[in-house]
Design a protein around this ligand. Structure first.
Ligand code: ATP
Length: 258
């Protein structure tokens, strides 16, 4: 049975605030006036067909690409005016769960989780590291895998450990890029639940990029649909898809929904 999603959103605080963002590569205008506000504690899903600029948007939010025009404010800071050191500091407050963020095959699950922690917080005692590794593994429901190698885990378990590795640095914002891609339907559901559990347990705000409408419906407090370089519809899942607009109906029809 589908679990009820409970969100604690503070609409008086925005963690991401994007205004009139434009980005072109040569003559190709990828983003043509994007406005997006993500509130504290909110999951926002960005939906759009391949090549519509979803990854470009994430890169601009994290300061990896510069916009041509517009402002991007993340956790109270204007991303475009930050120097490389300030950007690095800001990025530590953002957790990235990307499709290609693979685990280190030669390390156990414990080793994979200790690695970012020890690299970024050098003053922790061994007991503190251990406590944090066990806590985050418990949060993703995989404490029993602590001494296993990544090769011994299923695809879904690896995904969960990847999310745990991001969570261990206690990010305020999570960015999920195609979190359910390549997973079977049951594992997809587990990952969708995990995204919601992370939101509740860690009070994170998230941007979730996906083509998967089940994922959008289950995890998104709000859904923003990117088309022709703009958010053509934004609202709850129902608000976005309850329309006669043929382009939205086509997107819905060609994406399987449970
Ligand atoms: N650095 C770059 N230089 C030139 N063109 C780029 C660059 N980065 C992205 N693009 C172009 O911008 C467009 C949007 O790319 P983007 O990767 O954001 O799409 P996407 O919506 O994430 O697609 P997908 O769902 O397939 O991952 C594409 O046409 C891509 O070729």
């Amino acid at each position: 049975m589908e679990k009820e999603k409970v969100s604690f959103i503070d609409r008086s605080k925005s963690v991401i605030d994007i205004k009139n963002l434009e980005k072109s590569f040569g003559d190709y205008e990828v983003l043509r006036g994007i406005d997006l506000e993500v509130y504290q504690g909110e999951n926002v899903v960005v939906l759009g067909r391949s090549g519509t600029g979803k990854s470009v948007l994430i890169k601009i939010i994290s300061g990896l690409l510069k916009p041509d025009t517009g402002t991007v404010n993340v956790l109270g800071q204007d991303v475009n005016s930050l120097n490389p050191k300030e950007l690095e500091k800001l990025r530590l407050r953002i957790g990235f769960s990307f499709q290609n963020s693979a685990l280190y095959d030669s390390m156990t699950v414990r080793g994979n989780l200790e690695f970012p922690l020890v690299r970024n917080q050098r003053n922790l005692t061994k007991a503190e590291v251990n406590e944090q590794v066990e806590s985050v593994l418990d949060a993703v429901g995989l404490l029993q895998t602590i001494n296993q190698m990544p090769s011994e885990l299923s695809g879904g378990q690896r995904k969960r450990i990847g999310i745990a590795r991001t969570l261990i640095l206690k990010p305020e914002i999570m960015m999920y890029d195609e979190p359910t891609a390549g997973l079977d339907p049951i594992t997809c559901l587990e990952i969708n639940h995990l995204i919601n559990e992370v939101q509740q347990r860690y009070h994170t705000s998230s941007i979730i990029i996906t083509h998967d409408l089940t994922c959008a419906k289950m995890t998104g407090d709000r859904v923003a649909m990117l088309l022709d370089g703009k958010f053509m519809r934004t609202g709850t899942f129902k608000e976005v898809f309850d329309t006669d607009d043929e382009r939205v109906k086509t997107f819905y029809t060609y994406n399987f929904i449970q």
